[in-house]
Ligand binder design. Structure first.
Ligand code: ADP
Ligand code: MG
Ligand code: MG
Length: 903
């Protein structure tokens, strides 16, 4: 016998005022975040409007069965509806005293992109009379009904919201009303009739056969039908494109499902002792310990975030007549919630005729600066431990702090000011739609997305844009919340901006500026400033808070953190960020610019003398480079990788040469010159490989051209010897790339050792240079025990290891089929960004075998993955000694490594 699964959970009190909540905060996987925390708030005695939650698992079962209800689920919902009606002493749809509910989605993770909320469900042509009778307020009742029809039509059925907005505008024009609040009860009753007609005309009978009455679609009057359709719409929204995109970007599993909360309505729009608002227990922008947020008197639902009316700051609430008591109670709730959840919380509340109701709480989204300050403050307040403080800062968020800002010395005129909603600065071309931002990004152009206010539909554009600018909405508006979460700079509520998205232009009140698509603007989300034209950006200085958290992180992490750098400036920078060495110094980066000529003359000339001259020049240049690097990293290891890329990368492209020759011939150029070019082309052609990434590169170069590694090792050893003579402590290590057999390594190790011995002899200085290899081919990983006998260290080159394990050419696949693979879930995420489990298995095998072959082996990773928090967790588990990443990722890696150790 299968056990009956429970699909519905109660929250809130019964008719006697006894808490009958069945859930708790720990049940997010079942009840979703919203439902679990509503239960938790009820359990700790906070005023939560009663209701019930339908589980996430029910959503998945419904979706997996092709939108078919699991057996018994609807009966259970009906039973809980009756239970709720008994608890409230009112019935949904009742003609004399109706109970109204909201239907709210709530996944285990906070997820924009899911279905919006439906408020006032249960109203129909009969119960509206009951609401009027009960409240003695026909205007309120009709306004509630028209809002319900509007939301239900838009959110549940998917009708265009403009159909209804336009009807309101037309009504206001007819009545000469300036704002919605000027419309009378009669006006609103008339709107309700119009809305119902709009509903009938625009809803497809084929899609909603159950709504057809007398051959015509009608707005549903049966509350159970309303409720069931609304719940089905929430379930359906789990798989809508917005939600799917969001999950993909945030690596949220697709099989979690969303819960549905059905909750008694409370009304913030019942006059001047009613209000609604959103708040944070601390400042989510900078972490200051203060109550932060906005409220609106006499308003309902999302009026606050929609930016329709101008909000007031939460700190003023308790000074408003009629709201003092509720305002004070709210502040007590803030403290209680922080102490209970031991985190900075985000809160939604409504005050109905002086009585406070809590509608939602969750951990507050915050900027990196705020996250650091809150973590440190809470640790010092004794609310959380140091370990918890380290764990409650999201490593990838630190990027934000390392984001560019306006150069303090830059001069510019402020075009407009708005709210500093999300820090960082951006420069880009103006675009007026999310689609244009996406298209521009595909062309490689940087944009600033300019919108009246953003909606979840704009998500893809917000991701694609460098920055976001809105003319409406406060610091808790959609644009602000999402931008902060993504770490994208955002200025919102720049009221001087008059945007005509259709014409793709905007004017700025008080100026004669007309912004058109493609115009360059700059914005600073830290200050809220918008500037016409490009402002110079600079990297910010790091605050003390970051250092504090990173120092704490260093106490807990066991994984070392090094940087990938190939010039003294980057090396210095990474050292300042806390790198404990250089894990990868790519020497080919030293062969760019003017040096390219030298390496070309080595590659292309047969003549011994020219080649020797080229090698001598390279030696001189490289010795200088290494000297600078080792000096910057004095006392710390610097792993220098010997020349790695296929030689053609240093040569001109045959295609360009071809074109040049054709041009010369056409213009009747000197025959000798043409012949010379042709000879050059033939020579270059001889280096062309069908598959250069799998051709003559890495250690194979050193075997075919032994003079190259000799030159490089000599330069390394000589630079080290010079520094030693100056009394410094250089610690270069020599890394031989792309080894697949132990024989290759043994041969090159011998070459390197001989060369070092010669330098020691010549310079008269003792040198102990470690020699190791990169493990970036599957064969190397599976024969690591043999290879380790010839290596002092391993560094896993996970970029190439990913390419060669999958047989994917990164440059070819990322733009081509990987996106499709991700959409079709053939891959859970991009394996070039986060280490793939299969590749990680090879790394583990390489580490284990390697340590068998050489117990003193040092092992690290130097691929792109070394700076990716998820990959760092995997590397910690495998037991690497260190990760190495780009300088700006070093702080991220330090924090992620600590979190991996604490997990
Ligand atoms: P979201 O997940 O987008 O925040 P919510 O379910 O929190 O959506 O609903 C949005 C808003 O609707 C809430 O902040 C609140 O103002 C209003 N709301 C939801 N349920 C109720 C209710 N039972 N009574 C009054 N207002 C409600
Ligand atoms: Mg919403
Ligand atoms: Mg909410």
């Amino acid at each position: 016998m299968t056990e009956q699964v429970k699909r519905v959970y109660r929250f809130g009190k019964d008719s006697q005022g006894v808490n009958v909540t069945e859930g708790a905060a720990s049940m997010k996987g079942v009840l979703g975040g919203k439902g679990a925390n509503l239960a938790e708030m009820a359990n700790i005695g906070l005023p939560v409007p009663p209701g019930f939650t339908i589980t996430c698992q029910t959503c998945m079962e419904y979706a997996n069965a092709g939108n078919v209800w699991p057996d018994g689920a609807l009966d259970e919902i009906r039973a809980y509806r009756v239970d709720l009606e008994e608890r409230m002493g009112k019935k949904i749809g009742d003609a004399s005293d109706p109970l109204l509910v909201s239907v709210r989605s709530g996944a285990p993770m906070s997820m924009p992109g899911m279905m919006d909320t439906v408020l006032n469900l249960g109203l129909n042509d009969e119960s509206i009379q009951g609401l009027i009778a009960q409240t003695g307020n026909p205007r309120f009742a009709w306004d509630s009904y028209r809002r319900f029809i509007q939301m239900f039509s838009n959110v549940v059925i998917g009708l265009d919201g403009d159909l209804f907005e336009n009807a309101i505008i037309a009504m206001k024009q007819r009545r000469g009303a300036a704002s919605d609040t000027d419309l009378t009860a009669e006006d609103l009753a008339e709107l309700v009739s119009e809305f119902k007609a709009i509903f009938s005309q625009n809803t497809s009978a084929a899609d909603y056969p159950s709504l057809v009455v007398d051959g015509e679609v009608r707005f549903p009057q049966d509350p159970m039908v309303q409720l069931q359709l609304a719940i089905e719409a929430v379930f359906g929204s789990w798989n809508n494109p917005r939600a799917t995109l969001y999950r993909q970007k945030n690596k949220i599993a697709d099989d979690l499902g969303t819960a549905v909360n059905v909750q008694c309505m409370v009304f913030g729009n019942k006059g001047n002792t009613s209000a609604t608002g959103v708040a944070f227990t601390r400042n989510p922008a900078d972490g200051t310990k203060e109550f932060y947020g906005d409220y609106l008197v006499n308003a309902q639902g999302e009026d606050v975030v929609a930016g329709i009316r101008n909000t007031s700051p939460i700190s003023e609430l308790k000074h408003v007549e009629g709201l003092t008591e509720a305002g004070q109670e709210l502040e007590d709730v803030f403290v209680l919630l922080e102490n209970h959840f031991r985190d900075m919380m985000d809160i939604e509340f409504t005050i109905e005729q002086g009585k406070l109701w809590m509608l939602q709480t969750r951990a507050g989204k915050r900027t990196a600066a705020s996250a650091l300050k809150v973590a440190i403050d809470m640790q010092r307040e004794g609310l959380i431990s140091k370990e918890e403080a380290v764990c409650c800062v999201e490593p990838s968020q630190l990027d934000q702090l390392l984001h560019p800002q306006f150069d303090k010395n830059a001069r510019y005129d402020v075009l407009a000011r708005g709210l500093n909603a999300s820090p960082g600065a951006a420069v880009g071309k103006v675009v007026f739609s999310a689609a244009d931002a996406v298209e521009a990004a595909e062309r490689g152009e940087k944009t600033v997305l300019v919108r009246w206010e953003t909606t979840p539909d704009d998500l893809a554009g917000m991701i694609a844009a460098e920055g976001i600018l809105t003319s409406h909405g406060g610091k808790t508006s959609h644009a602000a919340v999402i931008a902060r979460g993504m770490g994208a700079p955002c200025v919102c509520g720049a009221e001087a901006l008059r945007i005509d998205a259709e014409k793709k232009q905007a004017t700025v009140v008080g100026t004669d500026v007309v912004l058109r698509e493609g115009d360059i603007i700059s914005l600073d989300g830290t200050t809220g400033i918008v500037v016409l034209g490009a402002v110079d950006l600079v990297q910010p200085e790091l605050t003390g808070d970051l250092d504090t958290i990173l120092e704490w992180a260093d106490e807990f992490r066991t994984l070392g953190v090094r940087a990938n750098a190939d010039n003294p400036e980057d090396a210095q920078l990474s050292r300042e960020f806390g790198a404990e060495g250089i894990g990868l110094d790519r020497t080919e980066h030293m062969f760019l610019g003017e040096r390219k000529q030298i390496i070309q003359s080595f590659i292309l000339n047969e003549d011994e003398e020219t080649r020797e001259k080229a090698i001598a020049d390279l030696y001189a240049a490289q010795t200088g480079d290494f000297y600078g690097m080792f000096k910057a990293m004095d006392g710390l290891p610097v792993i220098v990788r010997l020349l790695d890329p296929p030689l053609h990368e240093f040569l001109e492209s045959p295609r360009t040469l071809d074109v040049e020759i054709a041009r010369m011939e056409a213009s009747g150029a000197d025959a000798r010159a043409v012949a010379e070019k042709r000879a050059l082309l033939a020579k270059i052609d001889s280096f062309v490989e069908a598959n250069p990434m799998l051709g003559l590169r890495g250690c194979r170069l050193g075997i075919v051209y032994p003079i190259l590694p000799v030159m490089q090792v000599r330069a390394i050893a000589t630079a080290a010897a010079r520094l030693k003579k100056e009394g410094l402590d250089p610690r270069p290590e020599i890394m031989i790339p792309l080894v697949s057999t132990v024989n290759e390594l043994a041969k090159l190790r011998e070459v390197a050792q001989r060369t070092i011995a010669e330098v020691v002899e010549a310079e008269g200085v003792e040198l102990h240079l470690e020699i190791g290899t990169m493990i970036e081919l599957p064969r190397a990983a599976v024969t690591a025990d043999e290879i380790a006998t010839q290596a002092d260290f391993f560094s896993f080159g996970t970029n190439d290891l990913t390419q060669t394990t999958f047989g994917f050419s990164r440059d070819d696949v990322e733009g081509e089929f990987i996106p499709q693979y991700l959409t079709e879930k053939l891959l859970p995420y991009n394996p070039f960004a986060t280490i793939d489990p299969g590749v990680a298995k090879l790394v583990k095998m390489g580490v284990d075998l390697g340590r068998q072959g050489n117990p003193d082996l040092t092992v690290g990773v130097c691929g792109e993955h070394g700076g990716d928090p998820d990959s760092i967790h995997a590397f910690h588990k495998i037991g690497l000694d260190y990760v190495s990443c780009s300088p700006y990722r070093v702080p991220v890696a330090r924090l992620a490594a600590a979190q991996a150790a604490l997990k």
